[in-house]
Design a protein around this ligand. Structure first.
Ligand SMILES: Cc1ncc(COP(=O)(O)O)c(C=O)c1O
Length: 467
C-alpha cells in the first residue's frame, strides 16, 4: 500500500510510462490481436492476499494488459468514430483524478460547477448554439438522449409521469439511421421501444420529412400522443445530416420536443462553414455533441444543451434533506440536470483543451483532417477498384472494392474479407456499415495526432490488402 508521500517516489514511473506509450504508439498493432479469454486467463482468479508492488503491477500492465488493448489514439485508427484525446486532456484528467472531487452540487466544489457553466457557454457561443441556451456535461450522448426523452415525457404529461408512471401512448420519432441509444432510451424511460417510430430515409440516408409528418398525423388519428422527435446531425453509419429546419417546423406545429443528436458531427460547428447544419436550432429543445469524440477531450465528456433548463431541472430534481443548501436556487446544482447524483469534475480537462487549442487551434486541426480526407478520396478515385459509396463529408467517407463481374453478394463477401485482412494486420483499423444491403467500409480521419503522412500511409495500406 502506498502513502501519499510515495507519490513523489513513483510519479516518474507512471509519467515515463505514458510518455513512452505515446512515443511508441505507432509500433503497436492498431487493433488488439488477442483471442477471447487470452487476457482473462492470465489474471489470477482471486484477489492477492498480500499487497503487491507498483513495479510488478506496471510490469503486468505491459506484459498482460497492453497486448489486449486496441489503440484508439493510434494515428492509423480510422474505425467507428474517433474517441480522441490530447496531451492537454490527459493532464486535465490526471489532475481531476488527483483532486477527485465529487461535484454533485455547487457546494461540494463551487469551482467545478462554475467552470462547467463557463465551458458550456464558451462552446455554445463558439458553435453558434443560441445564446440563451444553457448546458451541462453528461457522461455520454446516450445519457443525454435519455435525459432528453425523459424531459420530453414529463413536459408532455404535465410532470405527472415521474409520480404516476408512464402512459403507454407516448410516441417518439427518429429515422431508421438514428443511433441505437434512442431506442434504448425508449426502454429505460418507460415509453417502450414499440413506441419509437422509425421513419424511412432517402438515398442520402436523410430522414424523409413528409413521412415523419404522415406518421405524426396517423398517430394523432389513432389517439396516440406525439412526444418527441430526434433529429440526427451526423448518423453513426454514414454521417447523414437530417434536415433540421424542416423537422423543427414540424416539431413546433405538433408541439413535440425536438432533440438533436450531433454526437460526432457537432464538433464541426466550430467551423462557421458547417453552421448550416443547425439552421432551425432555435426551434429545437435540446442538442448533444461529444467532445469525447472529435474535440480532443478524453472519454467521457458529452455536452448537452437545452433551451429551457427549468424543464430539465423540474424533471430531475429530488431533494433529500442532506442535499439542502443555503445556495440552492441561486447556483447550478448539476445533480438536478441529469440522472446520476455523483458527478466527476469533467470540465477541468475541457478547460485545458479549449484554452490550449483556442478557437484557431481547434479550427486548424479540424480543417486539416477534412482536407486530408478529401485528398485521400481524390487519390483513391484514380483507381476504379475503389468505389466511393459515400462521398466525403467532414473527415469521413465510405468506400468499397468494386470488382467487375461479381454479384452484390460476392462483392459484400470480398469487402468483408478485405476489411478483416486490414484489421488483422494491425496496420490500420477500419469499420464497416451497410447501406441498404451493400457492405461498405467506413473511414474516419479523426485522431488528434493524425498527420498527412499517416493518411498517405493509409492509402498504401488500402492498396496493399486489396485482392
Ligand atoms: C450519432 C450518435 N449518437 C449517439 C452515440 C452514442 O454516443 P455515446 O457513446 O457517447 O453514448 C453515437 C456513438 O457513436 C453516435 O454516433
Amino acid at each position: 500500500m502506498l502513502t501519499r508521500a510515495d507519490f513523489r517516489k513513483y510519479e516518474q514511473l507512471v509519467t515515463d510510462w505514458i510518455s513512452r506509450y505515446y512515443d511508441q504508439i505507432e509500433d503497436f498493432p492498431v487493433r488488439s490481436q488477442v483471442k477471447p479469454g487470452e487476457i482473462y486467463s492470465q489474471i489470477p482468479s482471486a484477489l492477492p492476499v498480500k499487497g503487491e508492488s507498483i513495479e510488478s503491477i506496471i510490469r503486468d500492465l505491459d506484459e498482460i494488459i497492453m497486448p489486449g488493448m486496441t489503440h484508439w489514439q493510434h494515428p492509423n485508427f480510422h474505425a467507428y468514430f474517433a474517441a480522441n484525446t490530447s496531451v492537454e486532456s490527459v493532464f486535465g484528467e490526471m489532475l481531476t483524478s488527483a483532486i477527485s472531487a465529487q461535484c454533485m452540487i455547487w457546494a461540494t466544489s463551487p469551482a467545478a460547477a462554475e467552470l462547467e457553466e463557463r465551458m458550456m457557454e464558451w462552446m455554445r457561443d463558439a458553435m453558434g448554439i443560441p445564446s440563451d441556451w444553457e448546458g451541462v456535461i453528461q457522461d455520454t450522448a446516450s445519457s443525454a438522449s435519455l435525459v432528453a426523452i425523459i424531459t420530453a415525457r414529463e413536459v408532455k404529461t404535465d410532470f405527472r409521469s415521474n409520480f404516476e408512471g408512464v402512459p403507454g401512448n407516448l410516441r417518439v420519432y427518429c429515422s431508421t439511421e438514428t443511433h441505437s441509444s434512442v431506442e434504448k432510451a425508449m426502454a429505460i424511460s418507460g415509453l417502450g421501444r414499440n413506441n419509437l417510430v422509425k421513419i424511412g430515409v432517402d438515398s442520402g440516408q436523410v430522414m424523409q420529412v413528409a413521412e415523419l409528418e404522415q406518421a405524426i398525423k396517423t398517430d394523432l388519428d389513432n389517439g396516440l400522443v406525439p412526444c418527441a422527435i430526434v433529429a440526427a446531425l451526423g448518423t453513426t453509419g454514414t454521417l447523414a445530416v437530417d434536415s433540421l429546419p424542416d423537422i423543427a417546423i414540424l416539431a413546433r406545429k405538433y408541439d413535440v420536443w425536438l432533440h438533436v443528436d450531433a454526437a460526432y458531427a457537432g464538433t464541426a460547428l466550430f467551423l462557421p462553414e458547417y453552421r448550416w447544419m443547425i439552421e432551425g436550432i432555435e426551434l429545437a429543445d435540446s442538442f448533444v455533441f461529444n467532445p469525447h469524440k472529435w474535440l480532443f477531450t478524453n472519454f467521457d465528456c458529452s455536452a448537452y444543451f437545452v433551451k429551457n433548463a427549468d424543464l430539465l431541472i423540474r424533471t430531475f430534481e429530488i431533494l433529500p434533506e442532506y442535499l439542502k443548501t443555503p445556495t440552492r436556487g441561486t447556483v447550478n446544482d448539476y445533480k438536478d440536470w441529469g440522472i446520476a447524483l455523483g458527478r466527476r469534475f469533467r470540465a477541468l480537462k475541457l478547460w485545458f483543451v479549449l484554452r490550449s487549442y483556442g478557437q484557431a487551434g481547434i479550427q486548424r486541426t479540424l480543417r486539416n483532417q477534412i482536407e486530408w480526407t478529401l485528398h485521400l478520396v481524390e487519390t483513391l478515385k484514380q483507381d476504379p477498384v475503389f468505389e466511393i459509396v459515400r462521398k466525403p463529408f467532414l473527415n469521413f467517407f465510405c468506400f468499397r472494392l468494386l470488382i467487375e463481374g461479381k454479384t452484390e453478394d460476392e462483392l459484400n463477401k470480398i469487402n468483408e474479407q478485405y476489411l478483416h485482412r486490414i484489421n488483422d494486420s494491425g496496420e490500420a483499423y477500419l469499420s464497416h456499415t451497410r447501406i441498404g444491403s451493400t457492405y461498405v467500409i467506413r473511414v474516419v480521419i479523426g485522431q488528434t495526432y493524425v498527420r498527412k503522412h499517416h493518411v498517405n500511409n493509409l492509402q498504401s495500406i488500402l492498396q496493399k490488402f486489396r485482392p
